[in-house]
Design a protein. Structure first.
Length: 432
């Protein structure tokens, strides 16, 4: 069987398995092994299976993923997210839409210690949604704010998705983290501006809360020192070049554990549950990585990335048009795949295309994450939307999507700004 036929059959089989809901890790593994065997033989494919999982699981850079997940688990268990929201509420709650503004600020702060959009959305649904409901906020507004705010979890460092992109493309993960900082803060600013506009247009949907005194406001800041310290240890250490991203992840996990113990927020039962939760999530990510590695051998032997890159770079159109099409592809894939699956499945194919067009690989990593962010909140399958719905069953999907429409429009504007002005993302990495 010739390579072209194997390539076509392989991708058809992959998409069929995804449609029938075969886990992406298994689908990529089966196509990778089967396609490799069809071209070079069964013996070589079996040898690949015997070596690849072990080499993947023992990759040094992958060690940061379970550590970042563990840091987020310890921080959540220690109640840092609730303290962060209380502080933001004290400073912003008296404004119209103040609780929504506090929720977005809390999402940004929690993103700095979690690295996951789904974890951010789930946590803030439990913390902020009851408060907004008690204050009389419309469900569409409150759920839309949480779903949109949660997306910054995979952009503001430390970002697990950016780390995965860096490992796949062999880019500097520290530079990627810094590149995500300004676009992440830009997202927070635009979301807050959107909330302010909604509050002016629909004052009944966002009541004004009580004003906190200055003493109460400054007192609330004492509760967020732990988050600030963890952010300084992890992101500050990477930016200053004191630690590598993997070392920073370990430092963050140990720091979150020590803070939880010192503040008596963690007991042995809590530590055990955090370890089990982190292990479960890490194993699922590692399985996806193993599947991606096996699939990458199939791509390499069929020369699919080179073929796609040669075709797209030869098209008689402006490179910006091709980049827009790539971003639209991510938006479509976001309706059927989760963020990790999108990265491991598409980046090995599209990365040669982007670099061949002359785009900066660090900037492209940020663009990929921003496109994935959009996929997390766009219908019919926005993962953040389903997370909120699973936590609060009485809020329907239609209600959440209705509240998300203004934020989706703002996200499209933000992607356009980054596409037109790459220096927004590259400013901090260039200073390293």
């Amino acid at each position: 069987m010739d390579r072209e036929t194997v390539t076509i059959l392989g991708f058809v089989a992959l998409f069929v398995m995804m449609v029938i809901r075969v886990p992406i890790a298994i689908a990529m593994s089966l196509v990778g092994i089967g396609g490799f065997a069809a071209i070079v033989g069964v013996d070589q494919a079996l040898r690949l299976v015997s070596l690849s999982p072990l080499s993947t699981a023992t990759t040094y850079h992958l060690g940061m993923i379970p550590m970042f997940i563990l840091m987020g688990a310890f921080a959540t268990r220690s109640g840092m997210s609730r303290e962060l929201f209380r502080s933001a509420e004290a400073w912003l709650g008296h404004r119209r839409g103040g609780l929504a503004l506090a929720t977005i600020a809390s999402c940004a702060g929690f993103a700095a210690i979690s690295g996951s959009s789904i974890a951010t959305a789930a946590t803030l649904t439990k913390v902020a949604l009851p408060e907004m409901r008690r204050a009389g906020y419309a469900d569409s507004v409150s759920s839309g704010v949480i779903a949109a705010g949660g997306t910054v979890g995979i952009l503001i460092p430390p970002s697990i998705v950016l780390a995965v992109y860096g490992i796949i493309t062999e880019q500097d993960i520290g530079a990627l983290f810094m590149a995500g900082m300004v676009p992440g803060l830009l997202a927070v600013g635009l979301y807050m501006l959107t909330v302010s506009v909604i509050a002016r247009l629909r004052p009944g949907a966002m009541p004004v809360g009580p004003r906190s005194g200055w003493r109460e406001r400054f007192t609330s800041l004492r509760d967020v020192w732990a988050i600030a310290l963890l952010f300084l240890l992890v992101v500050g250490g990477i930016y200053a070049g004191i630690v590598t991203p993997t070392e920073a992840a370990s430092l963050g996990a140990v720091g979150a554990l020590v803070i939880g113990l010192v503040r008596r927020r963690l007991d042995w039962t809590g530590i055990r549950e955090c370890l089990i939760e982190s292990l479960r999530i890490s194993i699922s990510i590692f399985f996806v990585f193993i599947g991606a590695l096996l699939f990458s051998y199939f791509l390499a032997i069929t020369r699919t990335p080179q073929t796609v890159a040669a075709y797209l770079t030869s098209l008689p159109v402006d490179p910006t048009v091709i980049m827009v099409l790539i971003l639209l592809l991510y938006l479509v894939l976001g309706c059927v795949l989760d963020s990790m699956a999108m990265v491991v499945l598409t980046v090995p194919i599209l990365f040669p295309v982007v670099t061949g067009l002359g785009y900066d690989p660090i900037w492209f990593g940020v663009m990929v994450v921003m496109a994935i962010e959009l996929g997390l909140i766009t219908p019919p399958i926005g993962m953040n939307v389903f997370v909120i719905n699973s936590v609060e069953r009485d809020i329907g999907l239609t209600t959440i999507y209705r509240g998300l429409l203004p934020f989706i429009a703002v996200d499209i504007l933000r992607v356009g700004l980054l596409l037109a002005f790459p220096s927004i993302a590259l400013f901090l990495p260039n200073l390293m």
